[in-house]
Ligand binder design. Structure first.
Ligand code: ZN
Length: 296
């Protein structure tokens, strides 16, 4: 059994189902670099293991994921130069300057990672609960199927809290629909599990206390399918949306995202690459219950 610091990896049903659990409940499963690197290793492990048919991705604690880690002590320590620095900050563009640095780091650890997980040769199933914020959506959207607990709320608050045009993997129009995507990004409002089900983003909504068991039952139904059939169904759908422009649209949106970062880095005296909280912007540290539902 591989040991991880920020996630858990276990297998069930003689290895047919692999389950990855984001395991930073004290930080609301915020995605620091160490977590993202371990997540990549875990997906690669499941990918290589021919026994694995379905991969479940879930979060420990009160929510699925609060997004990228913008401020925990662990996140700051792994970025800071010195012996405690995560080695990936001295590679993958991390030694370059300016916008090139940020573009390459975000490409590797936010954009390309997410696309690679989307393209896993296994069926992937996100098990969402609590809240799914911003980059939490990216992880969830990378999966083939999403199930959610009744209490789940989905929102991207980077527009209203960081002055950004969405997260790096811009799945919003594809998942919410174009007009709903604009509304949610412009307001920071959330949609609940029932609404996410109605618009087709979520396949099943389960009571919170039955989540684990019913997600497993759902995964087991899919795991019974011949692996070639499952993979070709996945690819038929994925290649269809790619022919509709999915891949190029995401790449274009990534460059706009980099432009947005570059703007803030240019206007902020300290080079901070997002908007500072102020009159117009909510503080990203505010409690999630201040958000409004899209169905008021
Ligand atoms: Zn970014």
């Amino acid at each position: 059994m591989t040991s991880y610091r920020y996630i858990r990896y276990d297998t069930l049903d003689d290895g047919a189902i692999a389950r990855i659990t984001l395991n930073r409940p004290e930080s609301r499963n915020a995605q620091n670099r160490g977590l993202l690197v371990e997540l990549g290793e875990a997906f690669a492990l499941a990918e290589a293991d021919d026994a694995v048919r379905v991969v479940i991705l879930r979060g420990a604690g009160t929510m699925f994921s609060s997004g990228h880690d913008l401020g925990t002590a662990e996140s700051k320590a792994e970025r800071a130069a010195g012996p405690g620095q995560h080695p990936t900050f001295a590679a993958y563009g991390g030694t370059r300057a300016g916008a090139e640095n940020r573009m390459l780091q975000e490409w590797h650890f936010y954009f390309d990672n997410t696309l690679r997980w989307r393209n896993l040769r296994k069926i992937t199933l996100a098990e969402a609960h609590g809240a799914v914020y911003a980059a939490g959506l990216m992880l969830m959207w990378a999966c083939d199927l999403i199930v959610a607990a009744e209490d789940t709320r989905f929102t991207d608050v980077v527009g209203t809290r960081l002055g950004m045009c969405g997260v790096e993997y811009f799945g919003h129009p594809w998942e919410f629909g174009p007009r709903r995507a604009k509304e949610l990004l412009l307001t920071g409002d959330y949609i609940d599990a029932d609404e996410a089900h109605r618009i087709g983003m979520v396949s099943k909504v389960f009571p919170r206390d039955e989540m684990e068991e019913r997600t497993l039952a759902f995964a087991r139904r899919i795991a019974r399918l011949p692996t070639v059939t499952a993979l070709l169904i996945k690819e038929s759908v994925n290649q269809s949306v790619e022919n509709m422009g999915f891949y190029n649209a995401l790449r274009s949106a990534f460059t706009l995202h980099q432009l947005n970062h570059a703007h803030w880095a240019e206007v902020n005296d300290d080079g901070y690459a997002a908007a500072r909280p102020g009159e117009a912007l909510q503080d990203w540290r505010l409690a999630p219950d201040l958000l409004e539902s899209g169905r008021s």
